[in-house]
Design a binder for this molecule. Structure first.
Ligand SMILES: Cc1ncc(COP(=O)(O)O)c(C=O)c1O
Length: 397
């Protein structure tokens, strides 16, 4: 099939659940990907904050090859060494004591919601099950996680939605205080809202939420599915705030593109899951966790959070200069590490398409923001190249 035939066949046989860019990507190496016509692109999407080590990373490829010829899958009826090793490593490098593995971010958040409700019922009244979430947030597309996602545009047509979710504005501690009551089991929040537009809360927000949770005896669930694994310049974004959650969810970059998700919890909270209360056929299988192990080790050994902090600061500085040069075209630039949002005045879809035509892949976020979530291996030359292309697009109108 040539590219046109491929796109036509996709249009005919795939459910049109999302709007796709009109290219098919067939190969990737480091910061770059190539389409089916051989055109090269600088990839500042990282598969939506997934391929933090870049494409075809040698260590990841090595583990994939080795594990594929050793053991792919056995089920959680058995002990799985790679799963245990990855859980141990995650715990050694976070607040957590125990880990549950699933296959996606949404599944990690489902686990977090179920765990929080179960814990709350065991530590309070039987009607304690409400989860407070933040407007503009994003937690996934399953029925529970899309309901946790306090954005009506994602709910439309899926009613009846599961109950037990309460929405409050992001970055508003008073609103959380007002919403908390005897039925609240947990507060669930992204340390930085990614899909919502790279919205960074005030410094006191997470500590304030932690305090409210402690006072009310409810759990703090941090969704670090997009912000985790070094993206914001720390291994976990909560480290910037100096407080830790009771439950944290991780997915996206955890295995650099092999599907995986994880819910991490403290010992006390984790014990709410006893044998038979939750499960997943594929979750934590030898293949996904072997790759996750390699990705996690590489992330730590190669100091990727620190690299993301440095590269992100430089990129932000250059983008801020661009904003000053084109204030009519760029109204705001913000970010932490390599999660960056740029508010543009032109329709963001047109900006993304123009960047793509010039060989730069970027994302959208929120209402009219461009989002950059490049691999954390980003070097100065590629960062500069990306800014140059963005500048040409902005300057060209
Ligand atoms: C913060 C956050 N939570 C949850 C999800 C859902 O993850 P998945 O698409 O792997 O289910 C996403 C995906 O973009 C996300 O950004």
């Amino acid at each position: 099939m040539d590219t046109k035939e491929l796109l036509d066949a996709g249009g005919k046989h795939l459910m049109a659940f999302t709007k796709r860019f009109p290219i098919a990507l067939v190969r990737g190496e480091g910061m770059r990907v190539w389409d089916s016509d051989g055109k090269e692109y600088l990839d500042f999407t990282g598969g939506i904050a997934v391929t933090a080590l870049g494409h075809s990373h040698a260590r990841v490829v090595g583990t994939i090859r080795e594990q594929a010829t050793t053991l792919l899958h056995v089920s959680n009826l058995f002990h799985i060494p790679q799963q245990t090793h990855l859980a141990k490593l995650l715990c050694e490098h976070s607040f957590a004591d125990r880990v549950f593995f699933g296959n996606s971010g949404a599944e990690a958040n489902e686990a977090a919601i179920k765990l929080a409700r179960k814990w709350a019922k065991e530590h309070g009244a039987s009607d304690r099950g409400d989860i407070i979430t933040m407007r503009g947030g994003f937690h996934g597309r399953t029925l529970a996680t899309v309901t946790a996602t306090a954005q009506e545009k994602y709910h439309h047509g899926y009613e009846p939605l599961p109950g037990g979710f309460k929405y409050v504005p992001y970055n508003d501690l008073r609103a959380v205080e007002r919403a908390l009551d005897s039925r609240t089991a947990a507060i669930m929040v992204e340390p930085i809202q990614g899909e919502g537009g790279v919205i960074i809360p005030d410094d006191g927000y997470l500590p304030g939420l932690r305090k409210l949770c402690d006072e009310a005896g409810v759990l703090l669930i941090l969704d670090e599915i997009q912000t985790g694994m070094g993206r914001t310049g720390k291994l976990w974004a909560y480290e910037h705030a100096g407080v830790s959650p009771d439950i944290m969810t991780v997915a996206k970059a955890l295995a650099n593109g092999i599907p995986i998700g994880a819910a991490l919890a403290t010992e006390d909270v984790a014990t709410a899951f006893s044998p038979g209360t939750h499960g997943s056929t594929f979750g934590g299988n030898p293949f996904a966790t072997a790759v996750g192990l390699t990705v996690f080790q590489t992330t730590v050994e190669e100091k990727l959070p620190e690299r993301a902090a440095r590269a992100g600061a430089r990129l932000l500085e250059r983008l801020e200069a661009l904003r000053r040069a084109f204030p009519q075209r760029i109204t705001a630039v913000r970010g932490k590490g390599l999660l960056i949002g740029i508010d543009v005045t032109a329709p963001v879809g047109e900006v993304v398409a123009a960047c793509r035509d010039r060989g730069l892949l970027i994302l959208t976020a929120g209402d009219n923001s461009a989002r950059l979530a490049p691999p954390l291996i980003l070097e100065n030359a590629d960062a500069d190249r990306g800014v140059e292309i963005f500048e040409k697009v902005v300057a060209g109108g």
